[in-house]
Design a protein around this ligand. Structure first.
Ligand code: CDP
Length: 310
């Protein structure tokens, strides 16, 4: 007789309360450990070569190259004249980046007063075109250097850009002259909306630069974490960005990562700092991801800010 737990192996997930206790036990102290930082960057370089591979470029994806979609079974697209012309020449970032802030969207960042801290970083990364309106500035800051945009956001929030592109272009202004990082070649239905977003920005002489996430990079980063106990169908955007930051930056601080229902005072926390819409349950494994981030925090590789900023 097949027991259900042979079919669905049970990974022990941390309970929210256990995590709160663990974080409280550890306290606010954090010491940077250069050896751990260098070692982790070497692991990431060996598997995924972030500086060269994070974006689709003319250099890593020449005409005729086959791009294999990382979120789709056996689907590919050959780089032709049209797509090639949309790629940046090479990695456009001045490396290494010094202090980087990666801002996740958890409700834990609300009332954290981390905005100033975040804005002081040299390079600031955000997830999924988050709101930066006045009411949040004190907690999340104002500056952005790279922001991800999932194609599904283009579909849901901007009617797939089939009608007016003006509201999209206007709403992107809050991200200044940053890079907009889109996984255009991850899922088949995501490609056209991503290309439309590219054209909407290009046609309006927007200050933003489109970078397409390289599906090969996303796949190798996914494998990297699979080998480290993250059992999700797909990594969360935040973990992709933290991995990218650890590969590109001298020092990384993560804010807004807290996929639990209570905060350190055991008060309820919303899923996002701007709403409480929960993700599709089995798609990401954010609590497992947090455990990995917390290991990195404890080893001095990356700083995870959970509580208030000073
Ligand atoms: O699209 P996705 O579900 O990955 O992301 P999101 O909800 O827009 O949030 C951005 C990132 O913040 C996530 O990918 C997570 O890494 C992190 N996050 C978290 O750690 N805890 C939460 N409660 C919400 C988001």
């Amino acid at each position: 007789v097949l027991c259900w737990f042979y079919v669905f192996p049970v990974y022990r997930l941390p309970r929210d309360k256990d995590i709160v206790e663990e974080v409280l036990r550890h306290g606010d102290a954090w010491r940077k450990n250069q050896t751990s930082i260098d070692l982790f960057r070497k692991l990431l370089t060996d598997c995924c070569d972030p500086p060269r591979m994070f974006a689709v470029t003319k250099e890593n994806s020449p005409l005729g190259k086959v791009l294999w979609y990382d979120g789709e079974f056996y689907h590919s697209r050959v780089v032709n004249n049209e797509t090639y012309s949309l790629f940046v020449q090479d990695n456009p970032l001045q490396l290494p980046l010094k202090k980087c802030a990666v801002v996740g969207n958890s409700g834990i960042i609300r009332h954290s007063k981390c905005g100033r801290d975040i804005d002081q970083a040299d390079f600031i990364m955000r997830c999924n075109l988050p709101p930066l309106s006045k009411e949040y500035v004190e907690d999340v800051g104002t500056r952005t250097h790279l922001v991800t945009a999932n194609p599904s956001i283009i579909e849901k929030r901007f009617q797939n850009l089939l009608w007016s592109r003006k509201s999209f272009v206007d709403r992107m202004k809050v991200y200044g002259s940053s890079y907009i990082y889109m996984p255009a070649f991850s899922m088949k239905p995501g490609t056209d909306p991503s290309l439309r977003a590219y054209y909407a920005l290009a046609d309006s002489s927007s200050n933003l630069t489109m970078l397409f996430a390289n599906p090969e990079f996303l796949a190798t980063v996914g494998k990297f974490w699979k080998a480290r106990n993250v059992h999700a169908k797909r990594l969360s955007t935040g973990l992709f960005l933290v991995s990218l930051a650890l590969g590109l930056c001298e020092e990384v601080t993560a804010y807004g990562f807290w996929p639990f229902s209570v905060d350190l005072d055991e008060q309820p926390v919303s899923h996002h700092y701007y709403d409480n819409i929960l993700p599709y349950k089995w798609f990401h494994a954010m609590p497992e991801e947090f455990v990995q981030l917390w290991h990195l925090h404890k080893s001095g590789t990356l700083r995870v800010r959970v509580g208030h900023c000073p």
